[in-house]
Write a protein that binds this ligand. Structure first.
Ligand SMILES: Cc1cc2nc3c(=O)[nH]c(=O)nc-3n(C[C@H](O)[C@H](O)[C@H](O)COP(=O)(O)OP(=O)(O)OC[C@H]3O[C@@H](n4cnc5c(N)ncnc54)[C@H](O)[C@@H]3O)c2cc1C
Length: 387
């Protein structure tokens, strides 16, 4: 079998971004994906994601700002617009803190980092954007650098870089079924009954992380959220930025949405509840159907608070997101010292990471090749358990 310098497991956007970065670094790379590339079965289903620079944590805002040059570099490789910079509107209860952050905390971080934003009070939001019946005590802000990510075009651009690189081999429809990390430094990955040899491994399996970690006798505590979203037909010529509303109770009243785009159901606008339909521990427990309850909350929000949309859910879909159950925003670390070659094996799984995709590719490539990265990843360490 051919030997590789770096083998990447998981061909979602993060694995593709890692392989695309490694392609530039003279490494022989193999990227293995169990389904097709650009599939709808993991955390990257659907077409759009939000880009934003505001966060309740300074280190997250800094990371978002640091990702911008990497998006600009990736943008140069494709004619598709990867981020349409329509801005980001946050409004609602200013003191509320959700797992997406909170308005007051994000404003403090923007002040500290000199990120420009426009504060907005209750009725001002209705006068500038197509929302209605917004409570008078709601407030928020508009941040101009946010936008909507064309997530399929992003993955297409990364896949094209990998496909055109002579030093990257791509395998789709090939589940990894075993990994042995040997005392002599070799790592043997089995997929489709073939063994592949490498000295370095990047693991980006999304929600399937514990299926991979079991080969090292490890597991991690994660929550996998099954989430629903829907599109709503435009009945008026409305213009929206990306937006998020922070309200109580958090388990029924957090929503986010997007502008209309020509690359996903033109004439319709996507609105989604930022709540889990169900929290599961393994992707095999997933339901094939969006939750009627979540979509019911969503329709009620659209009917009561949005202007120019027919509140009947269409083009409904589900997606899985892996989240740390101890509030870490991202999960990114080497394997623990108990594993042979642990400093040559790096894992990324979990978090709201679409906005960081090209930067995470660079960080993973740095870590696996040099063992270090200039970016601050100290907050994302993983608590491994033996299993
Ligand atoms: C509803 C929803 C909304 C979101 N909104 C935002 C947002 O607005 N902004 C934002 O920044 N982020 C957002 N996110 C998060 C973002 O989508 C994810 O962080 C990102 O898609 C993760 O990509 P990934 O490559 O890690 O995972 P995935 O796309 O799931 O890729 C992992 C890949 O690994 C493969 N794999 C796993 N096991 C194996 C194996 N044994 N062998 C071979 N291949 C394997 C899988 O098949 C899969 O293709 C959202 C997520 C969801 C679900």
């Amino acid at each position: 079998m051919k030997d590789y310098d770096v083998l990447v497991i998981g061909g979602g956007p993060i694995g593709l971004a890692a392989a695309a970065e490694l392609a530039n670094s003279n490494q022989q790379v193999l990227l293995i994906e169990q389904f097709d590339f650009i599939n709808q079965k993991g955390s990257s289903a659907g077409s759009s994601r939000q880009f934003r620079v505001q966060y309740a944590q300074k280190y997250m805002s800094e990371l978002a700002l640091e990702s911008i040059p990497f998006w600009e570099k990736l943008q140069k490789t494709t004619e598709d617009v990867l981020i349409d910079q329509v801005g980001s509107l946050w409004f609602g209860d200013p003191a509320l803190s959700s797992q997406e952050g909170g308005i007051e905390a994000a404003m403090e971080v923007m002040e500290e980092l000199h990120i420009p934003y426009q504060p907005l009070q209750g009725k001002e939001i209705e006068s500038l954007f197509p929302f209605t019946n917004i409570p008078e005590d709601y407030s928020g802000f508009f941040q101009k650098d946010g936008g909507i990510i064309d997530f399929k075009a992003t993955q297409k651009a990364l896949l094209a870089i990998c496909q055109s690189a002579v030093n990257v081999d791509l395998l789709a429809q090939t589940p990894v079924t075993n990994i042995q990390s040997l005392e002599n430094g070799a790592i043997v990955v089995t997929a489709n009954r073939q063994e592949y040899y490498t000295s370095k491994l990047v693991i980006c399996p999304g929600a399937y992380v514990n299926d991979i970690l079991k080969h090292f006798g490890l597991s991690i505590n994660i929550d996998i959220w099954e989430m629903s979203s829907a599109y709503y037909r435009k009945t008026e010529d409305i213009k929206l930025p990306t937006w998020f509303v922070f309200q109580k109770p958090q388990d029924t009243s957090l929503f986010y949405g997007f502008p209309e785009v020509d690359w996903a159901h033109p004439g319709y606008i996507r609105v989604a509840p930022d709540i889990p339909d169900r929290i599961i521990q393994d992707p095999s427990q997933r339901s094939p159907y969006p939750s009627k309850k979540s979509l019911g909350f969503n329709e009620t929000w659209v009917k009561d608070h949005m202007v120019g949309l027919d509140p009947s859910s269409e083009f409904t879909a589900t997606c899985l997101i892996t989240l740390s159950n101890n509030s870490k925003e991202l999960l990114l670390d080497f394997l623990p010292d108990s594993v042979n070659n642990s400093k040559n094996i790096i894992l990324y799984t979990g978090g709201w990471a679409a906005k960081f995709v090209p930067l995470l590719g660079k960080i993973l490539s740095d870590l696996v090749i040099k063992g270090t990265t200039p970016y601050n990843i100290s907050n994302f360490k993983i608590d491994y358990k033996n299993c």
